[in-house]
Design a protein around this ligand. Structure first.
Ligand code: SAH
Length: 536
């Protein structure tokens, strides 16, 4: 027998299959890794995606919470009662309570849960309470520092061991279990966590017990992210070097000969957008791909969706059009965005119908992403303009095909009228139907506006004219001044969007030459390279 043919669903609506086995643990002690979302384990992403509760540490980057089930309750331990050590009973109590109720709980910690993460104590509390759990390891800070600074933590010639050390315990205090004499004599690399605030004492202890003052050393903060910063010095000079660079806690201290065996400029710091602070303004559900690529290129990404996508307020016209499609009333359906494709087929499915209804229809797509969206439904676009992704390109490519034909335009509630008016010159009938609505995001994120005002964000990406107009309408005089002085660069997806920005009196730093999100990022890379600018 042949395989079954399945219409792909949108990933968002895929539901996890509930576990039929009540004995399967629902509490997960999970390492979030050092901050770069790509370093989360597959298992961590799986359990996050179906969590009912995410209880996360303060140092876990909020960006990782994007990967959690949108419906999950998200609680930062900072918001539990008590100060640091008094919080633990509350954390344990919450894990036990939700675990007993059969809820899926993710206790999310930076790095690895069992490396200076008190994961062992939480596991013990759960075990004592008779609540099952699973531990998901994470990339600990020392390993992230090794990879992202290119320091080989072990080296055949220089280091035969690695020690993970807490810098939190004060020497010469009762209860201190660290033996600094032994650490000074340790034949390998010392990775000291939580030690930056006590750096002078740590250095003094190591030197006192005979560690070579010339030992190559480093401090790194936010290793593995676009905000990674590091200083290097001989051990004896590490504290003044830290002060000069203005590096503060938290950070990781690495002491050992392998530090000298890194290349000048690690691979990560050579990424084309490393350290650049970039604003992404796409609607939330469409931003993920762009955010991921920018992060991959080393950027620090801020997000402020200015337009949201939602179902049409009235499905009536679309439902009528879908019935006409089934009855052969339309020769062409034209899609001007991937959203349009998904809106159209989601509705077809919701009406209990399927692809056989569109068997005889031909499709036009405005660009490759729209054509890709059709392919998710195993459909091929008959016309995709080869040389442009604009409304003009689509109308020009389609015009020769539609003579005397009936054309349905499936599109957003607002947008340009150009395709309709152009096609109407040749086609017998052209009708527009709203398959999704774009709505202005009610309130611009005040945190992001502040970051723009402070000059923290260096580049703003403008992926459509609509979004650009919307965003710029929310800029005040301070932000406008920064744009005018070139301190904030506006990057437009097309000359059309660039023109709309200039019409509002703003300069445009650059325009994409391929009118897609990837084209926009490529333009940003070229801009950064041409500016050849140091990171500030
Ligand atoms: N469980 C974590 C450590 C928690 S203790 C892990 O396995 O990594 C917190 C300390 O971890 C910080 O004081 C700092 O020393 C270190 N740390 C965590 N993430 C870091 C990062 N991205 N870059 C540098 N140091 C980091």
């Amino acid at each position: 027998m042949g395989g079954s043919f399945v219409i792909p669903r949108r990933k968002k609506v895929m539901q996890p299959i509930p576990s039929p086995d009540p004995a399967e643990p629902t509490v997960f002690l999970v390492g979030a890794g050092p901050g770069n979302p790509g370093l989360l384990t597959v298992r961590a992403a799986e359990v996050l995606a179906r969590a009912d509760l995410v209880l996360y540490d303060q140092l876990v980057p909020v960006r990782l919470l994007d990967l959690a089930n949108p419906a999950a309750e998200k609680v930062c331990v900072r918001d539990l009662p008590g100060t640091h050590p008094d919080k633990y009973p509350h954390i344990h109590e919450m894990l036990i309570r939700y675990g007993r109720a059969g809820k899926t709980v993710v206790r999310l910690k930076g790095g690895d849960p069992l490396v200076f993460g008190r994961g062992g104590e939480e596991a013990e509390a759960l075990r004592t309470a008779g609540v099952g759990y699973e531990i998901v390891p994470g990339v600990t800070a020392a390993l992230a520092a090794g990879a992202f600074l290119e320091i080989p933590l072990t080296h055949r010639n220089y280091a035969s061991a690695v020690a993970l050390v807490t810098g939190h315990e004060l020497p010469n205090k009762p209860g201190n279990r660290l033996d600094w004499k032994a650490l000074a004599a340790f034949p390998g690399t010392l990775c000291i966590y939580m030690g930056v605030a006590r750096l002078p004492v740590i250095v003094a202890e190591l030197l006192k017990y005979g560690k070579n003052p010339d030992t190559p050393s480093a401090i790194v903060e936010r290793a593995s992210t676009g905000e990674q910063r590091a200083v290097y010095a001989r051990l004896a000079d590490l504290e003044p070097a830290r002060r000069n660079a203005g590096l503060e806690a938290p950070g990781l201290i690495v002491v050992g000969d392998p530090v000298a065996h890194r290349p000048v400029g690690a691979w990560w710091e050579a990424r084309p957008l490393f350290g650049r602070r970039v604003l992404v303004t796409r609607p939330a559900h469409q931003a993920a791909g762009m955010v991921r690529r920018l992060e991959h290129l080393g950027a620090v990404v801020y997000r402020m969706p200015t337009v949201e996508i939602r179902d049409p307020a009235d499905f009536g016209p679309l439902d009528r059009a879908l019935a006409q499609v089934r009855d052969g009333g339309w020769d062409w359906v034209v899609f001007t965005s991937a959203n349009g494709v998904h809106g159209f087929f989601r509705r077809l499915e919701a009406l209990g119908r399927d692809l056989r209804d569109v068997g005889r229809v031909r499709f036009a797509a405005i660009g490759p992403k729209t054509a890709d969206a059709l392919r998710e439904y195993r459909l091929r676009a008959d016309v995709v303009p080869a040389d442009a992704f604009s409304s003009e390109g689509l109308a020009a490519a389609l015009a020769p095909h539609v003579g005397g034909q009936r054309v349905l335009l499936a599109r957003a509630n607002r947008g340009r009228d150009l395709v309709r008016t152009e096609l109407a010159k040749a086609a017998a009938v052209v009708e527009q139907v709203t398959v999704y609505e774009q709505a202005d995001a009610a309130v611009p994120d005040p945190g992001v506006l502040d970051a723009l005002r402070r000059g923290e964000i260096r580049y703003v990406t403008l992926p459509s004219t609509r979004i650009a107009q919307n965003l710029l309408a929310g800029f005040d005089e301070t932000i406008r001044g920064r744009v005018e002085r070139g301190e904030i660069g506006l990057v437009a997806i097309s000359p059309e969007t660039g023109g709309a920005v200039r019409a509002l009196g703003y300069p445009v730093a650059t325009e994409a030459t391929t009118f897609t999100a990837d084209g926009l990022i490529d333009a940003l890379i070229r801009l950064v390279r041409d500016e050849g600018e140091a990171i500030t």
